[in-house]
Design a protein around this ligand. Sequence first.
Ligand code: PGA
Length: 274
Amino acid sequence: MPGAQRKNMIQFESKPPPLDSVHSCSKKVIPIRVLILRDYQSLSERAAHVVAETVRANPWAVLGLATGSTPLGLYRELVRMAQEGRVDFSRVTTFNLDEYYPIKKENPQSYYYYMRQNFWEPAGIAPGSYHIPNGDPADVAAECRRYERKIKDAGGIDLQILGIGVNGHIGFNEPAEKLQAETHLVQLSEDTIIANSRFFEKAEDVPRHALTMGMGTIMKARRILLLASGESKAEAIRDTVKGSVTTMVPASLLQLHPRVTVMVDREAAKYLLG
Ligand code: PGA
């Protein structure tokens, strides 16, 4: 279905969790809309309402998905809604942001495994409709090109969910002097390896590389929803919405996107208030 026909009407089905406050937090050309929620549960519920309404408005929506601990509450809510028959994911297409490299999809530490367990299967996404970079390809460059092409062939991403790293990364686009536009192989930063070591037995087990959508891939999404919870993200959120646009804080590039909502809990909003 062409993009124009897929225009999303975002309306809440039932009353979403109350907001603490709404901010327009940038002096830049396009202010980023920031919603501050009471806590992680409210954040997850509010985000789930946005995703569910996107899919209700357009059952063929193309969703961009994230992994990590932040979206777990969102996936839990969406799975609950799907199992209660309140939203139907059977016709959506999904693309994940990234995958470790090298890693086999059967590895419980892979993002493929995480997604299958936490969302794709319990939410009822049709096999063949979910996509994630192959973390164990014979040819990395060919895999990156294939993934980028798949996204284009699907008509682009309607709603992209993002987490954020403590260093301001989105996907695995790490702070650097130059960022790449399309899906590519990236070396993980020390900050990211340390942050992600909590999912592994020891830091040495964290893969040193990943395949990630590029900043251009992300910025082409028609709507972006960035989620952050906890004090450890407060500085990255401040730099994202109030700082200069810089490749050293990849999420700050979102200030250049016309339709971004940042949803945070009170802890992650610590440096936005006052
Ligand atoms: P987290 O990761 O949700 O586990 O904090 C987010 C990220 O690194 O993008």
